[in-house]
Design a protein around this ligand. Structure first.
Ligand code: GLC
Ligand code: CA
Length: 540
């Protein structure tokens, strides 16, 4: 397996990838049937979202048993076969470790609920304060983050859904239990791990109300976070494996430690600031057009900042929690192909490890649903009610959900143009977008100019060219904020990357001429001008 620096990771949201038995739900054997496809992409690792035992209130991010496979997704034999066959295809599997919380169905929580003091200390239980919740913290899925248990006379903390109880990482027994989870899957041949919202695990000793925010400033990158990660990594012997931490609302200073080889924490981090440039006033449920100046400045800050501190970024636009990039930052109607390819260039030429989220490689778009009943995600349905409660009309609320829902990224993978897109022979758990008739793997595999072919090229270039994997990065000034430009250098070599984020022609003063390594238009363009959504990578 090659170094993570020239690797590309592919993310699979199992429920929506490929259904092998016609029940409408993607599964482990479905993934097995697509290993040749995954190999043809040239990717090195596949991160699979959780498929462990779960009541599925948050689609598997609510784990009831870390050591067993949810029957909905298959059996332990299927999981073992998948690991083995993936390795034979030159693909390392990364499993998703959800360690900030468990499902309230987990045996530990059930014992806690029954009043067993040992297990109550596995979670964060607190007495009421003046007859109400211990703090005013807000759950990430809406509402107060504490739930009262009358039989115990106490509240428990849930930063996410009420059925996802936060674990008490200050209890060494909890840390040992979680290390065993890693050891178990590592033994089975898994090659890496993704750690879910891992920077939220260290809560302060004293929990207090937040009068200026939702509470996140108290528990994000919390007091003992680096110590906990180091211990977990060291004691399970995964320092040399592929690891990535999902860092919610984090800071550059903390990421310089999380993803710095000297610290022996993680190989790389996901941070999300660049995916909030279309949040009006920082609010996910308030719409505005993307601010490309802010996007450019964030990329510059994180790329140059992580480089200066010797740390490593994960590069991504999409995942199972985000709307589709081509609908959000590109133009999925008039410049579907051009803008999807431009967005790919913009991050794949950066310093870091690119992640491709299933369907991104064929330019899949937002869901385009017309009724709230089509949505399944707990966050979307919660916020639909919250938005209506705040006085929005159902149409306005539906429009906002249509732009921001996590289900936009969760629609079934579009394999072909048939009725259920080749995803299932049954009824899919989430409706399939109408555009699968032309946006699908089968069609794009036959087309040399497809988005799919373009992604394959970018993945290969990172392997072939040391400058892409290991070169330095420096952001360039441009005459308009809608053109983002940077250069990569290694010794005497240089690559200049210019991307037009708009659907109009724009001047790109200072753009060098030279051999074009990558471009999303067939014909050569004019000097100093970028066509709509054009991306040009120039060797100069
Ligand atoms: C992460 C996951 C998301 C999940 C949340 C709680 O953000 O990516 O899907 O809902 O953690 O586990
Ligand atoms: Ca199935």
């Amino acid at each position: 397996m090659s170094s993570f620096r020239n690797s590309t990771v592919y993310q699979i949201y199992i429920k929506s990838y490929c259904d092998s038995n016609g029940d409408g739900i993607g599964d482990l054997n479905g993934i097995r049937s697509k290993l040749d496809y995954l190999q043809s992409l040239g990717i090195d690792y596949v991160w699979i979202t959780p498929f462990f035992k779960s009541p599925m209130n948050d689609n598997g991010y609510d784990i009831a048993d870390y050591f067993s496979v949810n029957p909905m997704f298959g059996t332990m034999d299927d999981a073992e076969a998948l690991i083995k066959e993936a390795n034979e295809h030159g693909i390392g599997l990364m499993f998703d470790m959800v360690f900030n919380h468990t499902s309230t169905d987990h045996e530990w929580f059930q014992k806690a609920l029954a009043g067993d003091p040992k297990y109550m200390d596995y979670y964060i239980f607190r007495d009421p304060v003046d007859g109400h919740a211990p703090t005013n913290w807000v759950s990430k899925f809406g509402g107060n983050a504490w739930e009262y248990v009358p039989a115990l006379g106490k509240y428990y903390l849930h930063l996410f859904d009420v059925s996802q109880a936060d674990l008490n990482w200050e209890n060494p027994a909890v840390r040992e239990e979680l290390k065993n989870v890693i050891r178990f899957w590592k033994e089975k041949g898994v090659r890496g791990f993704r750690f879910d919202v891992v920077n939220l695990i260290s809560k302060p000793d004293v929990l207090e109300d937040d009068f200026i925010g939702d509470g996140r400033r108290f528990y994000t990158d919390g007091p003992r976070i680096h110590q906990h990660i180091k211990e977990l990594v060291n004691d399970t012997g995964i320092a040399d494996m592929m690891t990535v931490g999902e860092m919610s609302s984090t800071s550059l200073d903390n990421c310089l430690r999380y993803a710095n080889p000297i610290e022996k924490e993680l190989k790389m981090v996901f941070s999300f600031h660049h995916l909030k440039v279309d949040y009006k006033g920082g609010e996910k449920w308030a719409l505005m057009d993307p601010d490309f100046k802010a996007l450019r400045d964030l990329f510059c800050k994180w790329q140059e900042g992580m480089q200066a501190g010797g740390a490593w970024n994960a590069l991504f636009w999409c995942n199972h929690d985000q709307p589709r990039a081509v609908s959000r930052f590109g133009d999925d109607r008039n410049y579907w192909k051009e803008s999807a390819k431009m967005l790919a260039v913009l991050i794949h030429m950066m310093r870091g490890t690119p992640y491709i989220y299933q369907g991104e490689e064929i330019g899949m778009t937002n869901a385009g649903y017309t009724s709230i009943d089509q949505y399944q995600d707990v966050e979307s349905t919660n916020y639909f009610s919250i938005l209506c409660g705040e006085g929005k009309t159902p149409e306005e609320a539906l429009h906002i959900i249509g732009e921001r829902s996590r289900d936009n990224g969760r629609t079934p993978m579009q394999w072909d143009s048939s009725e259920q897109a080749g995803f299932t022979t049954g009824t899919p758990w989430l409706s399939i977008p109408a555009n699968h008739t032309y946006i699908n793997v089968e069609t794009e595999e036959k087309d040399e100019d497809s988005i799919l072919a373009f992604y394959k090229k970018l993945v290969q270039l990172r392997k072939d060219m040391e400058i892409i994997a290991d070169g330095d990065i420096r952001f360039l000034e441009t005459c308009t904020p809608d053109v983002i430009a940077y250069e990569r250098t290694l010794g005497d070599e240089k690559l200049s990357v210019y991307c037009n984020l708009k659907g109009t022609e724009l001047a790109a003063d200072g753009m060098p001429e030279g051999e074009i390594l990558v471009c999303n238009y067939g014909q050569a363009g004019a000097k100093g001008v970028l066509r709509p959504f054009e991306a040009r990578v120039i060797k100069a």
